[in-house]
Write a protein that binds this ligand. Structure first.
Ligand code: CP
Length: 356
């Protein structure tokens, strides 16, 4: 099955990602050629959770393509404050807009929203689950700055447990030839086991490290992430983790001259500001690449009839997903939609195993 909703980057083939990168590069080269590409089209940005880059880069992307935007960045200023459910909000807005970009703090919301949308819908982050357009941003950056997406030694550092950007990035880059990964985190914030499963399934070499100084020496790219305070159970748990990995001048001196530093941002204090002027520090440029990547995505979803994304086969399970962070908990009308993986039932919204 195919559709036009970007929920998980898994639904895009390597060829489609490459097509998007080519389109983004074409827009960068001749932006004037695309100034009226979306005349008359409307993008709705529904941000139930704070954002600077994702929200504004999507809005800027649509404006630069000649389209217009509607939406909210605080659901309490919408009828969500009166108790409107996700289904009704999406059903109504998909009658107003040509394309929807949604961010929500609850896992699986984008998938749930896509069930009720008549127009293409893009996941801009659903809790600690996925953030596919950040990964497209990272891939466009890598392609432009390193000239390749394969044969890379990639270090990812920080909150590898809660960092949805890291999960999406590893999943995407694992599909390219000969990429290897160094997973740099504390024991408590190491990547979920399903990410290790993906690395192994793709025969990717990976190492686990608890020392940024050791790991940095031979990397092509270092991907720093912040410790996600909002996803911790207590302030004490966060305090114990917050300054464990900090990239400063001393550690950067150990890195190669051609290593690039990316960060999805926002930064808290995991990269010291005196590094910002180092030519290897590309995180602000990366945010700009993201806007071009999102222009390309909007164009492909709205205008390229061949750009259809794959959809996995699902069924209705007898059992409800028990993940307390899953959208099926607050939005109780949602079906028990599941898919099968390695003989297990997985929730189609949050990708967690359904306990029978
Ligand atoms: N990288 C990213 O998602 O940033 P925002 O939260 O500011 O959108």
């Amino acid at each position: 099955m195919t559709n036009k909703n970007l929920i998980d980057l898994e639904s895009m083939s390597v060829e489609q990602v490459d097509k998007l990168v080519r389109k983004a590069r074409k827009i960068m080269q001749s932006p004037a050629d695309f100034r009226h590409a979306c005349d008359g089209k409307i993008l709705a940005t529904l941000f139930y959770e704070p954002s600077t880059r994702t929200q504004m880069s999507f809005q800027t992307a649509m404006l630069k393509l000649g389209g217009r935007t509607i939406g909210f960045d605080n659901p309490m200023n919408s009828s969500v404050a009166k108790g409107e459910n996700l289904k009704d909000t999406i059903s109504v807005i998909s009658g107003y807009a040509d394309i929807i970009a949604i961010r929500h703090p609850v896992e699986g919301t984008a998938m749930a929203a896509s069930m009720y949308s008549e127009v293409p819908l893009i996941n801009c982050g659903d809790g600690g689950h996925l953030h596919p357009t950040q990964t497209l941003t990272d891939i466009v950056t890598l392609s432009c700055e390193k000239g390749r997406l394969d044969n890379l030694k990639i270090g990812v550092c920080g909150d590898l447990l809660n960092g949805r950007t890291v999960h999406s990035l590893i999943k995407a880059l694992a599909k390219y030839e000969n990429n290897s990964f160094v997973l740099i985190s504390t024991e408590e914030l190491s990547v979920p086991i399903y990410i290790i499963d993906i690395l192994e399934k793709n025969h990717c070499h990976y190492e686990i490290s608890h020392s940024l100084a050791d790991a940095i020496k031979d990397l092509d790219m270092l991907y720093m992430t912040r410790i996600q305070r909002e996803r911790f159970k207590s302030a004490e748990d966060y305090e114990a983790q917050k300054n464990v990995f900090v990239l400063d001048k001393e550690k950067l001196a150990l890195a190669r001259e051609d290593m690039i530093i990316l960060h999805p941002l926002p930064r808290v204090n995991e990269i010291t500001v005196d590094i910002d002027d180092d030519p290897r520090a590309l995180y602000f440029k990366q945010a700009q690449y993201g806007m071009f990547g999102r222009m390309a995505l909007i164009l492909l979803l709205l205008q390229d009839e061949d750009f259809m994304l794959s959809e996995r086969e699902t069924f209705i399970s007898e059992h409800r997903c028990s993940n307390p962070k899953c959208i099926t908990q607050p939005e109780s009308y949602l079906p028990n939609r599941a898919y099968e993986k390695l003989g297990m039932q997985m929730c189609d919204f949050c990708d967690k195993r359904i306990d029978k």
